[in-house]
Design a protein. Structure first.
Length: 243
């Protein structure tokens, strides 16, 4: 039983489409056209075309029931802004807002055609955002699932709180956790396939697989195939073992 996963996209539409192409090539080669594809969240921010990424995934899901799109912390921050331009994600450090250059909110708004979003009154920018983002996309983004479990893998954006049953995990941890998860070497009862913590290359640690290869910082976007607890990076030359 195989599943596919795509790491943090961060508005990189062209990289996303190449990742889907690699997956389709592998599906065809393996004779597995119905194997699911899980997008690990962080669809938006930093990159140049968050609007295109969100629109494509929304439309693709309407006709492709093998596509699962998970929520990332950046997706939640975008949703919070649309609900309340002065709202704050409870896990965001006090010195930042979603509109801070390090987080990439302005790039997301610019991709919707909003002019100079970081340099004009917030209320005005918010009103333009509500007019620019289709209501169906806004609802879809807010309602994205937090995890997906299949075979011997659990797919999630950031990770899990070690030792806590999956049903008892909090949304904050699933979208934001780092050290307590990343530093825990124990077996979690499944391979945790995640993103959120940017690396230069995707890495398999035995108990978890990190597929965030820094697309949000100019790096590549990784797509992988998972079979049991083994994984392979998909490249233009085919599969490359991870771990």
């Amino acid at each position: 039983m195989q599943s596919y996963a795509i790491g943090d996209i961060h508005g990189q539409y062209d990289l996303m489409m190449r990742a889907f192409d690699r997956i389709e090539t592998d599906r065809t080669r393996e004779g597995a056209p119905d194997s699911p594809v899980v997008v690990l969240g962080d669809l938006c921010d930093r990159g140049p075309n968050s609007a295109g990424v969100i629109a494509h995934l929304f439309e693709r899901q309407q006709t492709d029931d093998t596509l699962i799109v998970l929520k990332g912390n950046h997706d939640r921050m975008f949703s919070i802004f649309l609900d309340d331009p002065f709202g704050r994600d409870p896990r965001l450090r006090a010195e930042y807002t979603w509109m801070h250059p390090r987080l990439g909110g302005p790039e997301t708004l610019a991709s919707y055609g909003i002019r100079e979003p970081a340099n004009r009154p917030t209320a005005q920018v918010h009103a333009e955002a509500l007019a620019a983002v289709p209501p169906a996309h806004r609802r879809w983004l807010a309602d994205l699932p937090l995890f997906h479990q299949r075979d011997e893998a659990i797919f999630v954006h950031a990770g899990i709180r070690p030792g806590v049953p999956l049903a008892a995990q909090t949304e904050d941890d699933l979208l934001w956790i780092r050290a307590p998860f990343l530093e825990d070497p124990r077996d979690h009862g499944a391979l945790i396939v995640h993103g959120h913590t940017a690396l230069e290359v995707p890495s398999h640690y035995g108990n978890r697989l990190n597929l965030d290869s820094s697309a949000g910082y100019g790096g590549p976007l990784s797509a992988a195939v998972i079979e049991g607890r083994k994984a392979w990076l998909l490249t233009d030359r085919g599969r490359v073992p991870l771990g």
